[in-house]
Design a binder for this molecule. Structure first.
Ligand code: ATP
Length: 412
């Protein structure tokens, strides 16, 4: 097993701190999977047979950075100065305690922790204590499933206990190019038949859905989810159609820097729903207010904007700005895909490169110095100056000031 030097040293430091505090420590879950697969993953999940909060504090005392303790869950998250995150969880010995004579007792607390996990490939641990450093703990055949590229649950109740694992199964399968093994697929189908997804907390489903849309190939994720479970648990009318697939593919080809691409994908996913239906989804799944606004904005605004941007003749930059500045970047990018018109795309590109975020060099302070009393007039004048700056290509503050003075003189 190859472990990057940086991670190796860090693990040794975590172990040293744990040992000083009389606790054993194990690397668990995702990072173990990714280490065995040789996939980069710098964030570490560590299970402590001891007090996670105390270890987090000692680690930060030693290495700097910050930590947050989640008392209710017995977990703590350390963020080091270089941005690496370490999640520490307490394995509760007294609760899970077993007779000391049992052969598995040495790991009993870690086993309990691993047994609660979703899939065999996510349920392995690496002992990072000095004596046994690097020893793999694999109680459920995770290593074999990694080799066979299989997503397999640990026990048959898994999708009944937690149906969000259906989305997780798809996410890992599609991300890693694995296959949900037949028995596990049967269990998913059984859980779907019992309408377990409909009975699951919408906020947890939303979080998993967002994670799917943040993956490299969100289109493949949603298509597979639809085939396995349908999308009715999001909205009864929701379908991932050929059209949605094209929409997704076009988004993938686009430069999305500065935006939240998962929101553009979700916009595309909800494209077939009416405004009211999409609004129901946004509300029921309790997306943040500004996410809800951006999700619905596309439905409300895109037709009008596409119409405007298709008009023949010149559209001055100031007019582009007035119409497009209030629109989110996610919506503009979705419109570029949906508008399917070179003119629309060209105009949005022009807006993004030449208008968006352009600010004046002068400010309200300068108007005050001209002797103008502060009031709504300020905004009118500064808006007019910004329009003129865009349309006439002002380069410096003097040009802006000159134009502002003219506005004042003309009684704007
Ligand atoms: P990623 O690479 O996407 O971060 P990860 O495996 O670290 O993948 P997380 O969603 O961060 O995934 O979860 C961390 C670990 O917690 C998983 O490896 C898994 O063992 C466990 N886990 C997370 N969610 C569940 C769940 N719903 N049921 C059971 N175990 C879960």
């Amino acid at each position: 097993m190859k472990i990057a030097k940086k991670v190796l040293n860090l693990l040794k430091e975590v172990e040293a701190v744990a040992r000083e505090n009389g606790a054993a420590a194990y690397l668990v879950g995702g990072p173990v999977r990714d280490l065995l697969l040789n996939r980069g993953n710098l964030d570490l999940d560590v299970v402590i047979e001891g007090d996670a909060a105390q270890i987090a504090k000692s680690l930060v005392d030693k290495k700097g950075g910050t930590f947050v303790v989640h008392k209710r869950f017995g977990t703590a998250t350390v963020t080091l100065k270089n941005g690496i995150k370490i999640d520490l969880a307490t394995a509760r010995k007294e609760y899970y305690g077993r007779p000391a004579a049992l052969p598995t007792v040495e790991f009993s607390t870690v086993i309990e922790d691993l047994y609660r996990r979703d899939f065999t490939i996510n349920a392995m641990a690496i002992d990072i204590s000095k004596k046994q450093f690097g020893r793999l703990l694999d109680f459920f055949g995770g290593e074999k499933d990694l080799a066979g590229k299989k997503i397999r649950v640990i026990h048959d109740q898994s999708f009944i206990d937690d149906p969000t694992r259906i989305l997780r199964a798809v996410r890992f399968e599609q991300r890693l190019g694995f296959k949900i093994e037949d028995h596990t697929e049967g269990l998913i189908k059984a859980s779907v038949k019992r309408r377990m997804l409909e009975a699951t907390g919408k906020e947890r489903l939303r979080d998993e859905l967002i994670l799917m849309l943040k993956e490299n190939e969100p289109g493949r994720m949603i298509k597979r989810l639809q085939a396995l479970a349908g999308l009715g648990f999001i909205h009864p009318k929701l379908r991932f159609t050929k059209k949605s697939e094209v929409f997704f593919n076009e988004i993938k080809k686009m430069e999305t820097k500065g935006s939240e691409p998962w929101l553009i994908y979700l916009t595309a996913l909800l494209d077939g729903l009416s405004l009211k239906e999409a609004a129901d989804v946004a509300r029921q799944f309790v997306f943040k207010k500004n996410e809800q606004e951006r999700l619905l904005e596309f439905k409300k605004e895109s037709a009008g904007i596409i119409k405007l941007l298709k008009t023949k003749g010149k559209i001055p930059l100031s007019r582009l700005r007035r119409h497009l500045e209030p629109i989110s970047l996610e919506t503009l990018l979705a419109i570029m895909v949906k508008g399917r018109s070179r003119l629309v795309n060209k105009r949005i590109s022009i807006f993004l490169s030449e208008c968006k975020g352009v600010a004046l060099k002068m400010s309200g302070e300068d108007l005050k110095k001209m002797g103008l009393p502060a009031g709504p007039r300020f905004k009118r004048i500064l808006d007019a100056v910004l329009d003129a700056k865009l349309d006439k290509g002002f380069k410096n503050k003097a040009q802006e000031m000159k134009f502002a003075r003219r506005c004042v003189k003309n009684g704007l």
